[in-house]
Ligand binder design. Structure first.
Ligand code: NAD
Length: 257
């Protein structure tokens, strides 16, 4: 058995991933705003600091993996909360956990990004400089000043930066012996998606997002790929983004990959 720290394990993809990893015999230390071993709000610097401290206390016997699922959707207001949870709530935890993971057994980490990470190019991501500078207030100010498109910018911009942050860590983490990958789900039937579909501004465009497979994913279908990436079967997979979207990315961008 190994110990895996997870954020966002209370519902949706995180809950399904917790179930899959527990079925594979792992012990989970979950971080969430509810129903978790560590209750913390990852939208604030103080909450993230407390989450990291509590996790390290609970991992006295070591940490072998991390799966960072916590995230907020386009419809959440203020939009700055989305940039805080989706980017800082993942990257700060990753960096804090690396020294512990490095001492773990066959260590690996998976970060949940999104197909939306490719909706915006890094060199045209208006949030790139603020994220790279670790300037949470500036990232929030940019999205909150973007009017109706603030939610879209917060979501796609934070997921684009999250995938870039993982890719930029590939050498450090590789040398440390810790595999690090992202998954990029498309529309998956979770509370986050249901809330987006009900949103008067974004609901219609989310509903139009129908993939070639003709249906949305079940959370367990995303969890199965995460469980594979966390397993020894993925021992040479590092720095990769696994797109799990029923074909929507290939449909929209057949020549870009
Ligand atoms: P969800 O709402 O079911 O799960 C999100 C989890 O994050 C919940 O357990 C929630 O309590 C937790 N969380 C939210 N705010 C938090 C905070 N401030 N502090 C701590 N925990 C917090 O949604 P989901 O769809 O399962 O989302 C999981 C991940 O998958 C997210 O990162 C999301 O962006 C990503 N994703 C989802 C979809 C989709 O269509 N559902 C598509 C692409 C990517």
């Amino acid at each position: 058995m190994s110990t895996i720290v997870m954020s966002g394990c209370a519902t949706g993809i995180g809950a399904a991933t917790r179930k899959a990893l527990e079925a594979a015999g792992h012990k989970i230390i979950g971080i969430d705003i509810r129903d978790a071993e560590v209750i913390a709000d990852l939208s604030t610097a103080q909450g993230r600091k407390q989450a990291i401290a509590d996790v390290l206390l609970q991992c006295s016997e070591g940490m072998d993996g991390a799966v960072l699922c916590a995230g907020l959707g386009v419809q959440v207001k203020p939009a700055g909360k989305v940039t805080s949870v989706n980017y800082f709530g993942a990257v700060e935890l990753l960096d804090a956990f690396l020294p512990e993971l490095q001492k773990g057994h066959r260590p690996a980490a998976v970060v949940i990004s999104s197909v939306a990470s490719a909706h915006l190019a890094w060199d045209r991501n208006p949030l790139a400089a603020a994220f790279e500078a670790g300037d949470e207030a500036q990232a929030a100010a940019i999205v909150e000043g973007a009017g109706d498109q603030g939610g879209n910018l917060a979501y796609a911009g934070s997921k684009n930066a999250l995938t870039v942050a993982v890719r930029k860590r590939v050498e450090t983490w590789g040398k440390a012996g810790v595999r690090l990958n992202t998954v990029a789900p498309g529309a998956t039937d979770t509370p986050l998606l249901q809330a987006g579909l009900k949103d008067p501004l974004y609901g219609e465009s989310i509903a139009r997002f129908v993939p070639p497979l003709g249906r949305r994913a079940e959370p367990s279908e995303i969890a199965a790929v995460i469980a594979f990436l966390m397993s020894p079967a993925a021992s040479y997979v590092h720095g990769a983004q696994f797109v799990i979207d029923g074909g929507i990315d290939a449909l929209m961008r057949p020549t870009a990959f």
